[in-house]
Design a protein around this ligand. Structure first.
Ligand code: HEC
Length: 108
């Protein structure tokens, strides 16, 4: 094998998982747009309460206000079902919009 082929194989191995990543997960940029409708009630840039709790550092919290851990399934359930003043988004947002939204929430 010449050096170019070795190089080409290395690049392919490194690049493949990176290229697959955005397809599997949501797009945080799009999620930011989806979040505009949440921003009425939630701060994205602080933990201060608006209508609902500020969502900065959401995934790094010890627990959510319902006592559950801030894992992706628990946060998805909260968005789907709402409760305590939080609207239910189960039928209001599509699956990919929710993926985008979660990706965005992880950046906060
Ligand atoms: C009408 C106001 C309102 C809107 C709009 C709203 N929420 Fe909420 N949200 C709340 C309230 C109030 C709570 C607190 C509920 C509770 O204590 O159980 C909450 C709780 C949450 C929580 C749990 C936070 C925690 O620390 O426990 C998450 C996550 C969340 N909202 C995400 C969203 C997202 C994402 C959207 C947009 C799709 C959204 N919310 C739109 C009012 C709102």
């Amino acid at each position: 094998m010449d050096r170019f082929r070795v190089w080409a194989i290395c690049v392919t191995l490194v690049a493949a998982p990176v290229a697959a990543w955005p397809a599997a997960k949501g797009d945080a940029e799009k999620g930011k747009e989806v979040f505009q409708q949440c921003g009425v009630c939630h701060n994205a840039d602080s933990e201060d309460k608006k209508m609902g709790p500020g969502l900065k550092g959401l995934f790094k919290k010890d627990k959510l206000s319902n006592g559950k851990k801030p894992t992706e399934p628990n946060i998805r359930t909260k968005i789907d079902e709402g409760g305590n003043g939080m609207p239910a988004y189960k039928d209001m947002l599509g699956d990919s919009e929710k993926d985008d939204l979660i990706a965005y929430l992880k950046t906060l």
